[in-house]
Design a protein around this ligand. Structure first.
Ligand SMILES: C[S@@+](CC[C@H](N)C(=O)[O-])C[C@H]1O[C@@H](n2cnc3c(N)ncnc32)[C@H](O)[C@@H]1O
Length: 274
C-alpha cells in the first residue's frame, strides 16, 4: 500500500548495498537469515553473493513452513545456490548453526521484525545473536526509525484496510485453530503511535459487550464495548539508540545505510574483538 513505506524503503536501501556490501565481505561468506519469510528481499543480497562466489550457502530460519516454498522458488532462479532451510525459532536455528561449520556468516534480520520485541526482550535477543556468532561473522539488521506521527499511523491504518485485515486475521486463526467463536464484525482495528514508548500499538477493539468461547483453551472471554485486545507493538528507534544498543551488547558498528528521507535503517555490525 502507498502508506506502508517500510517494505519499499528497506528494498531501496538494499539496492544501495550492491556496491557497498562487497567491501565488507570476502568470497567465503555464507548467508544466514532470521525470519526469512518469502525471501524476496534476500534476493538482493543473493545477487551480491553471486558476484563474489561461484556457490552460495544459504540458511534461512523461519517458524513458518513457507520457508520450503520460498526455498524451492529460489533454487529455480539461482543456479549456484545451496539451501539448508531450518524451520525453527530464531534462537533454535542459531543454536543449530553455532557449531555447524567454521565458515564466516552474514546474518540478516530484515523487515524491522526486531521492532516487535519489547526493548528488554530485544536486548536479550541481540545477546543471543552475539553469543552464537563467530569472530568475523557479520550481522545486518533492518530497523524502522522514529518519524512523524501521521506517517507512522497511516502506515499501520492504510486506506485500503489491509493492515486492519491483517490484524483481524488473528481472530480467524484463533477461530480455526483453537475452536473459538469470535465474530469478526464485532471488532475493529485500532492502532496508535505512542510517542513516549516510540512504538505503534495495535489493538482490536470490541464494538459491543460480548462473550467469546475459546474451546480448545477452555476460556470464556468477557469483553466490554470499547475494550481493547492488544495484538502487536512495533517499536521505532532513533539512530543513536540503535548504535548504543548494538554497542552495549558488544557489537562493533561497521556501517549504517539510510534512505533519502531517513525513514528506515540497515546497520551492519560485527562481533567486537574486545
Ligand atoms: C515480518 S516477516 C519478515 C519477512 C522477511 N524477512 C521480510 O523482511 O520481508 C517475519 C517473518 O519472521 C518469522 N518469524 C516470526 N517470529 C519468529 C521467530 N520467533 N522465530 C523464527 N521466525 C519467526 C515469520 O514467520 C515471518 O516469516
Amino acid at each position: 500500500m502507498p502508506e506502508y513505506y517500510p517494505t519499499r524503503t528497506e528494498i531501496n536501501i538494499l539496492t544501495k548495498l550492491q556496491d557497498d556490501l562487497p567491501l565488507f565481505l570476502g568470497d567465503s561468506f555464507q548467508l544466514v537469515e532470521l525470519g526469512s519469510g518469502t525471501s524476496v528481499k534476500t534476493r538482493l543480497i543473493l545477487d551480491i553473493f553471486a558476484k563474489l562466489q561461484t556457490k552460495t550457502e544459504y540458511f534461512p530460519i523461519d517458524v513458518s513452513e513457507i520457508l520450503a516454498e520460498s526455498s524451492e522458488q529460489l533454487l529455480k532462479d539461482y543456479d549456484c545456490l545451496h539451501i539448508t532451510g531450518i524451520i525453527d525459532t530464531y534462537e533454535g536455528g542459531l543454536e543449530f548453526l553455532k557449531n555447524y561449520n567454521n565458515k564466516k556468516s552474514l546474518i540478516l534480520f530484515l523487515g524491522s521484525s526486531f521492532g516487535n520485541f519489547a526493548p528488554s526482550e530485544g536486548r536479550k535477543f541481540l545477546q543471543t545473536v552475539h553469543s552464537t556468532m563467530k569472530p568475523g561473522d557479520l550481522f545486518l539488521i533492518g530497523l524502522d526509525l522514529v518519524k512523524d506521527k501521521q506517517i507512522l499511523e497511516s502506515a499501520y491504518d492504510d486506506s485500503q484496510g489491509i493492515t486492519a485485515k491483517f490484524n483481524l486475521n488473528v481472530l480467524s486463526r484463533i477461530n480455526d485453530e483453537l475452536d473459538a467463536d469470535f465474530n469478526l464484525d464485532d471488532f475493529s482495528h485500532h492502532s496508535v503511535y505512542n510517542a513516549k514508548y516510540q512504538r505503534i500499538e495495535m489493538y482490536l477493539k470490541s464494538l459491543v459487550n460480548q462473550s467469546v468461547v475459546i474451546s480448545k483453551s477452555n476460556l470464556l472471554l468477557n469483553l466490554a464495548k470499547d475494550e481493547l485486545i492488544h495484538t502487536e507493538h512495533s517499536h521505532k528507534y532513533r539512530l543513536d539508540q540503535i548504535h548504543n544498543l548494538l554497542s552495549d551488547v558488544g557489537f562493533e558498528i561497521k556501517h549504517t545505510w539510510l534512505d533519502d528521507d531517513n525513514y528506515f535503517s540497515l546497520t551492519l555490525v560485527s562481533k567486537s574483538s574486545t
